[in-house]
Ligand binder design. Sequence first.
Ligand SMILES: [Zn+2]
Ligand SMILES: [Zn+2]
Length: 136
Amino acid sequence: MFALLRRLLGRTFSSMFALLRRLLGRTFIRKPGHHDRSAQWSSVRRKYLSKHAVCAACGSDKYLEVHHKKPFHLHPDLELREDNLITLCEDGRRGARNCHFVFGHAYHWKGYNPDVAEDSAAFLRKVKASEKLGKS
Ligand SMILES: [Zn+2]
Ligand SMILES: [Zn+2]
């Protein structure tokens, strides 16, 4: 009896919440042009990171982020496309390296660097060359 009641109430509440969320979402939360991240994003991201496990610009294997070369808010259709992704590091500590901010976004989180792949690859070559010079 209680179980049935709880189930009925549960269903009523969850559909009420869903409705409320939809109404609130439409009026207050969503901006025009807002797109929800795909449910697959976190698994696509994880798989991409396991295949591309170092920063494309400095070679670090710490604090890695997956950056969209063409940003999600402008190209939501490219969200899950591997050729639109690149691994860049982002250590949030002050003064730490942050290739995501520098190479991915060229110092403007709201902007982006259309040449991120080329710039990162060119810089990584310099990092490796410098490392070699440091050893000789
Ligand atoms: Zn880096
Ligand atoms: Zn980014």
